[in-house]
Write a protein that binds this ligand. Structure first.
Ligand code: NAI
Length: 462
C-alpha cells in the first residue's frame, strides 16, 4: 500500500493533482517538491488567494489538506528518500537547441529527476510518469534507474494527466478516466494495483483504466492531438464561413448534434494556446518522423500550421480593417491568458497577436483579470522579436478593462473571461475613438447588441 508520496514539480499539474490526492486520501502523506523556492513559498503562503496557480476551487482543497498530509518543500532528496511512490511532474518543453530543436520534447528535466531518484533511493520505489512524455520514455528512465541506482527495485508506471486548466479541480474530482500503464510482469501488475488503490479512494474503478506502459504514454499525446485537431478543423471552416456567408457557430451546432461527432471542442476562435497542445503535437510529429512515418507526421503537423494561420490572419484582419495601418493606434486587448479561469499564458494567442501588431507599431493596452504585468512583458520578450525596451514602449498593462479601452481605436478579445460579457459596452463605446471596432477572437459578445450601440463588430467565422 502506498503511504507516502513525493511529487517532483509543483507546477500546474503537480500542485493541483497532489492537492486533490492529499485531500481525498488523508491516510497518505503527500510532499510536493520543486527547485523553485519562490514557487514553493507561494504554495505555502498563508493567504490562499496568493497561491502560484489560479484555479477555481484550488484554494479550498489546499486549505483543507496543507499542513495535515500535504506539504510543499524544496527538500527534494528527503522527500524522495521517504516516499514509496514518486510522481515526476516536471516540465517537458519543446527543445530549443540541437537535434530535434523546435519539435522534440526536451527531456533533460526528466533525466535529472531519474538520476536524482537513483542516487537517493535506498528502498524499492514506484516511479510514476505524470509529465506528458514521448512514447518509450519509460525505457530511458528505467535504464537510468537500473544502472545508477543503489541496487533497489524500481517499477515505472505511466499515469498521464488529463486535467484541463481552468477546470482542473472539477476534472480531478471526477475524471472521465484515470489511465495507468505499467509492465506486464507480475511486479509491474502489483505496482499498477497499488496506484489503482490510491485513485480508488474517490474514482470509480470502472473509470480507472490500466494498460501497458507504451499505450499509456502514447494515449496522452493522442488525446491532445485529437483535441487540438478538432479546434483546427473548426477554425479551418471558420475561414471558409467568412467567405461564403455561412456562420461557423451554426455549422458547429449543426454538426455537433451528430452523436458521432459530438458538440464539445467545436468552438471557433483566434487559435488554441496553452503549454500542451502545440508541444505535444510537435513531439508526435517528431516521433513519427523518427520512425520514417512521414505521412503520419505531415497529417498531424497540419494541425499546428492551421493554428498558426488562424492567429496570424486575426492580426492581419485587424490591420486591414483599420485602413491598413495600426501605427500609433491604441488597441485594447481584453484577456492575455490562453483561456479563461487560469493565469497561465504559455503559448497564448494573445502573445502572437500582440507581437504582430507591435511590429506594425500599434500601442497595445492589455487587461487580464488574473495575469500579472511582469508575465505579459516576459511573454513578449521571450519571442525575442525586438528589444525589451521596445516592447515596453508599445505595451501598457491596465488594472481594469475600461481603462484599457479608453481612447482606443479598437478592442481585441483574446480570452473568453466571463466578466467581459457583463461590461457596460455603451460606456466603453462612448470613451473610444470612432469608428469603434471590436475584433472578437472568442465569439464571446452579442453581435446584434454591439452593432446597435454603434460598434463595428467582427467575430471569427461569420
Ligand atoms: P510547470 O512548468 O508548471 O511545472 C513544472 C515544475 O517542475 C516547475 O515548477 C519546475 O521548477 C519544476 N522542476 C523542473 N525540474 C525539476 C527538478 N529536477 N526538481 C524539482 N523540480 C523541478 O509545468 P506543468 O504545466 O505542471 O506541466 C508538467 C507536465 O505535465 C508537462 O509534461 C506537461 O506536458 C504535463 N501536463 C500539463 C498539463 C497542463 O494543463 N499544464 C495537463 C496535462 C499534462
Amino acid at each position: 500500500m502506498i503511504k507516502n508520496i513525493c511529487c517532483i514539480g509543483a507546477g500546474y499539474v503537480g500542485g493541483p493533482t497532489m492537492a486533490v490526492i492529499a485531500q481525498k486520501c488523508p491516510h497518505i502523506k503527500v510532499t510536493v517538491v520543486d527547485l523553485n523556492q519562490d514557487r514553493i513559498n507561494a504554495w505555502n503562503h498563508e493567504d490562499l488567494s496568493l497561491l502560484p496557480i489560479y484555479e477555481p476551487g484550488l484554494d479550498a482543497v489546499v486549505g483543507e489538506a496543507r499542513g495535515r498530509n500535504l506539504f510543499f518543500s524544496t527538500e527534494v532528496d528527503q522527500a524522495i528518500d521517504e516516499a514509496d511512490a514518486i510522481f515526476i511532474s516536471v516540465n517537458t518543453p519543446t527543445k530549443t537547441y540541437g537535434v530535434g530543436k523546435g519539435m522534440a520534447a526536451d527531456l533533460k528535466y526528466i533525466e535529472l529527476c531519474a538520476r536524482q531518484i537513483a542516487r537517493v533511493a535506498k528502498n524499492d520505489k514506484i516511479v510514476i510518469e505524470k509529465s506528458t512524455l514521448p512514447v518509450r520514455t519509460a525505457q530511458a528512465i528505467k535504464d537510468i534507474l537500473d544502472h545508477t541506482g543503489n541496487g533497489v527495485n524500481f517499477q515505472i508506471l505511466s499515469n498521464p494527466e488529463f486535467l484541463a486548466e481552468g477546470t482542473a479541480i472539477e476534472d480531478l474530482f471526477a475524471p472521465d478516466r484515470v489511465l495507468i500503464g505499467g509492465d506486464t510482469t507480475p511486479e509491474g501488475q502489483v505496482a499498477i494495483s497499488k496506484l489503482v488503490e490510491v485513485y480508488a479512494n474517490w474514482v470509480n474503478r470502472e473509470n480507472i483504466l490500466t494498460t501497458n506502459v507504451w499505450s499509456s504514454e502514447l494515449s496522452k499525446l493522442t488525446a491532445n492531438a485529437f483535441l487540438a485537431q478538432r479546434v483546427s478543423s473548426i477554425n479551418a471552416m471558420s475561414e471558409l464561413c467568412e467567405k461564403t456567408g455561412a456562420d461557423v457557430n451554426e455549422v458547429a451546432k449543426a454538426i455537433g448534434l451528430d452523436t458521432r461527432i459530438g458538440s464539445k471542442f467545436l468552438k471557433s476562435s483566434v487559435g488554441f494556446g496553452g503549454s500542451c497542445f502545440q508541444k505535444d503535437i510537435l513531439n508526435l510529429v517528431y516521433i513519427a518522423k523518427s520512425y520514417g512515418l512521414n505521412e503520419v507526421a505531415d497529417y498531424w503537423e497540419q494541425v499546428i500550421i492551421m493554428n498558426d494561420h488562424q492567429k496570424s490572419r486575426f492580426s492581419k484582419n485587424i490591420i486591414s480593417t483599420l485602413y491598413n495601418t495600426v501605427s500609433g493606434k491604441k488597441i485594447a486587448f481584453l484577456g492575455w491568458a490562453f483561456k479563461k479561469d487560469t493565469n497561465d499564458t504559455r503559448e497564448s494567442a494573445a502573445i502572437y497577436v500582440a507581437n504582430d501588431l507591435i511590429s506594425e507599431q500599434a500601442n497595445i493596452a492589455v487587461f487580464d483579470p488574473k495575469v500579472e504585468a511582469d508575465q505579459i512583458l516576459f511573454d513578449l520578450n521571450y519571442l525575442e522579436t525586438r528589444t525589451e525596451a521596445d516592447n515596453k514602449k508599445y505595451i501598457s498593462i491596465e488594472k481594469n478593462g475600461y481603462d484599457a479601452c479608453n481612447n482606443a481605436h479598437a478592442i481585441a478579445i483574446l480570452t473568453e473571461w466571463d466578466e467581459f460579457k457583463t461590461y457596460d459596452w455603451q460606456k466603453i463605446y462612448d470613451n473610444m475613438l470612432k469608428p469603434a471596432f471590436v475584433f472578437d477572437g472568442r465569439n464571446l459578445l452579442n453581435k446584434t447588441e454591439l452593432e446597435k450601440i454603434g460598434f463595428i463588430y467582427q467575430a471569427i467565422g461569420s
